[in-house]
Write a protein that binds this ligand. Sequence first.
Ligand code: UDP
Length: 346
Amino acid sequence: MIAVFGGGGFIGSHLCQRLIDQGKSVVAVDIDSEKIANLLSEDSFTFHEADITDEENDELCREVIKEADVVFDLIAYANPQQYVDKPLEVVELNLFENLKIVDLCEETDTRLIQFSTCEVYGLLGNRDDIVFSEDSSNLILGPIEDQRWIYSCAKQLLERMVHAHGQENQLQYTIIRPFNFIGPQMDYLVESPDEGTPRVFASFMSALLFDHPMYLVNGGTNRRTFTYIEDAIDAIMLILRNEGGQFDREIVNVGHPNNEVTIEEFANRMRTIYAELSPDGTLPELRTISGEEFYGEGYDDSERRIPDTDKLQSAGWEPRYSLEDLLTESIQYYIDQFESELDVQP
Ligand code: UDP
């Protein structure tokens, strides 16, 4: 049995689906099951609606981990707005609560696949080399008052703790660093910008569907490499298979190195594809805004981050979705969903 903590989130829901499709038996733990509603009736799927921060659920977590062959831990706050708004909760959940899962895996001798973030690489600073390698790149963060880095810092300490548990106590683990995964069921959509700040794809998709401005934070000059969720799940399945123990006690970047784009270009590509797929829709205004005005005080940003994917490539992984393809797939999904919701409205 495979346990997926955080199985109801964006990555978790796609992972659970793939595991079930491949005939695996899955137990998911999450506070929400909306994104996996279609799996709840599957015989090989068990869902526990439980908050791991609630001590009452400690026993449940222990039981699930004890029964599992492998544990995926995806539980985290993972949205820059949260790092600025509630930094203490970010550390509480992303570090301390996650360490409980690490301890239980160690206690029960269960393999842990721990999700971290590419954000641990931090600021570009004055580096010449912007391709980040898991075992040799330095992890560089901004000053304490730039609250955004608290997330990266918590995740970095979690990684260091997992590594230390491996070194001192033989914990079997693999750490995954995702690079901006995109696809259906990502975050949430907002009908108006006052309703929240999902990550950039969901934010721009909301603007396109609900006709509010697309905001380019600090002019949209920073760059990201976007990875389609299906490519990401392919990589995660290889890591799970772990042929010949190749991912034992390894940190692995999961990202598409050739899909790098500035956020401004990303917005423009989304507009072009949306206009092609939904010719009757109007295109919203593009507006530049400062990071502070958009997210609040303490916001800072990574300029560039490109993954070195040698580890995955030597295991046979090649991402299949170009930026064009992943945007077309994802935008079409949301247009279809939007239209089907309009159909059911009285
Ligand atoms: N961003 C933007 N407009 C938005 C949301 C995000 O310009 O409506 C920018 C954000 O400042 C960052 C990039 O898009 O430079 C990616 O942000 P995201 O929230 O997706 O996550 P990150 O990669 O920073 O963790």
